[in-house]
Design a protein around this ligand. Structure first.
Ligand code: SAM
Length: 330
């Protein structure tokens, strides 16, 4: 949080010069910063713009966070900055810095065992159907992947399912390698560029409430301990085995984009993301997730997420978990 605050303060500082000019500009804000409640009005308008750009619901907690993050900024400067911001595209670095300060990136490997057991079954069935149709490819999308743990978990589960089906082999390094012509492709996307950098690095500390807190012991082999020659690191670090990470790509994507980054996915996972969005944004995001699926493909949502279009899917139940299979078009 401190780091993000500093980022944002840097962004604000970099714009002080431009703001002097913006003060005289007509877009400097319809809200009058000199009015007694001017600051509140500016923050409220900014909150509405944040909802529009990111879909993030401005709850009391987020409102307080926003007020705290911007508390050191003079109200006239804030109004001018917010006025300039609303003219910038959603993927502009200034928007991204602000959204960075407001998003929650909590995640860990093998999150929600019950749902992942169900996913393992779905993957086995998907592989069998694909093989029967001569399609030797599996495509999965982790939408709102944060620092990458979910995307790597999907890749490991898919490799295990391919091995069990006889389409992948154990490797000497302790990984699993697809047997040609089988291909596995996992996409991880997030609105935050910062977390995507960490996801691509694929290095995770093991201490405290770590990314490995729920990882079953037998899956630890996919995360070798990293050691630099002659150096004992202060914290133990684990990397992701290359036989796993070679199947995982990361790219920046805002779920408010209107259409998916790619289509034809066998599985789309969007967990613990929609809860942070407004109802309208949740509906829009779910449309986009549906468009990304191939017919018969499965959607997995977070435990408290309601399905926006139940008629489009067939529920698929596991022990304490549900996924949704997209019905073929009529
Ligand atoms: C709590 S994490 C969930 C990570 C992972 N899916 C899991 O369940 O462990 C939520 C992630 O959603 C991302 N996010 C929030 N709004 C988003 C949006 N409009 N588009 C894309 N990602 C978004 C955040 O940046 C954050 O990394």
């Amino acid at each position: 949080m401190e780091e993000r605050l500093r980022d944002l303060q840097q962004v604000m500082a970099a714009h002080r010069e431009a703001l002097a000019e913006a003060r005289g500009a007509p877009n400097a804000g319809a809200a009058n910063p000199d009015a007694p409640d001017g600051r509140l009005l500016v923050l409220r308008r900014l909150a509405r713009d944040i909802e529009r750009v990111s879909g993030i619901e401005i709850t009391g907690i987020i409102e307080a966070k926003l007020a705290r993050v911007l508390s050191s900024v003079d109200v006239a400067e804030l109004a001018a900055w917010a006025g300039r911001l609303r003219l910038l595209p959603a993927n502009h670095p200034e928007w991204l810095s602000l959204i960075e300060a407001l998003t929650v990136h909590e995640t860990f490997f093998h999150r929600d065992c019950a749902q992942l057991d169900l996913l393992a079954r779905i993957l086995r069935e998907t592989i069998a159907t694909a093989a029967a149709n001569g399609r030797c490819c599996l495509r999965l999308w982790s939408a709102g992947c944060a620092t990458g743990e979910e995307a790597y978990t999907l890749a490991i589960l898919a490799l295990l399912a391919l091995r069990d089906a006889g389409f992948a082999d154990e490797s000497r390094e302790g990984g699993i390698v697809c047997r040609p012509p089988w291909q596995l492709d996992v996409l991880g996307t997030d609105i935050s560029r910062l977390v995507l950098t960490q996801a691509k690095n694929a290095v995770y500390a093991t201490e405290g409430l770590s990314a490995f807190r729920d990882l079953p012991h037998e899956l630890r082999r996919f995360f070798p301990i990293l050691r630099r020659p002659g150096e004992a690191p202060a914290t133990e670090l684990r990397g992701v085995l290359a036989t796993v990470s070679r199947h995982v790509r990361f790219r920046h994507f805002n779920l408010m984009a209107g259409s998916p980054p790619e289509t034809g996915f066998d599985v789309v996972v969007c967990r613990n993301v929609l809860i942070y969005l407004t109802e309208t944004a949740r509906g829009g995001a779910q449309l986009l997730l549906r468009e990304a699926l191939r017919p018969g493909g499965h959607l997995l949502l977070g435990p408290t997420d309601a399905l926006a279009e139940p008629a489009a899917y067939e529920p698929c139940w596991g022990a304490g978990a549900v996924a949704y299979a997209l019905k073929p078009p009529r």
